[in-house]
Design a protein around this ligand. Sequence first.
Ligand SMILES: [Zn+2]
Length: 238
Amino acid sequence: MKEEINKLIDLQAIDLKLKTLNEEMSEGVAELEKRKTVIEERRRNIDRFQEKLQVFEQRKRELELENEEMATRIKDRQTKLMNVQTNREYQSLLKEIEDAKKNANDAEEEIVHLMEQIENLQTKISEESNVCKAEESLLAEKTSEVENHEAALQKQKDKILKQRNKKAKGIPEAMQRKYDTILAHRNGIAIVGVTDGVCQGCFMSIPPQQYNNLMKGEDLFVCPTCQRLTYYLPAEEE
Ligand SMILES: [Zn+2]
């Protein structure tokens, strides 16, 4: 049993290396994902600005048409004014001209306001697009960096996995299954030392009788608190 426990301890050391490698790999991927999310958010902003811009431009075209109509109406009423017969007709035409001029004025004011907003939006769109482009080229750069790094990490990982397979061969299947299950559920640490009666995985004391048995190193015990496999690990001498 002692020999098998030692093999499990070795396996744990290998698995810790693998864990570190895996974490490093997912860090790279996570960083790329973060960059992508920021760019997507910018793209959505640009889309929103574009939609607004279209609405404003449409409104501006409508007002310009309205203005043309008003100009035609004013011209028409002014011509009629020359051939007017009665005072009542004259007053009514004057009123129509006045109303048309007021409408044209209002439209003109709104057009000026719209033009300001349109210009603002166009500036924002072009700024945001430039930032987007810069971030996209940086993302491409980072992506190839991460890919190169991943490839190097993968090589290391393959090497370590070979070592792991070799080491795992000497461990009984049931024991290994148990180890693997705990490894998956206990944050990559399946077997821990117990020093001075304290589990080094969860730092809780284990019952004295179990500790006595553990010290003999003849059987595999599970920590009653964190459920990890345990082995006796003497305190380091000063
Ligand atoms: Zn524990």
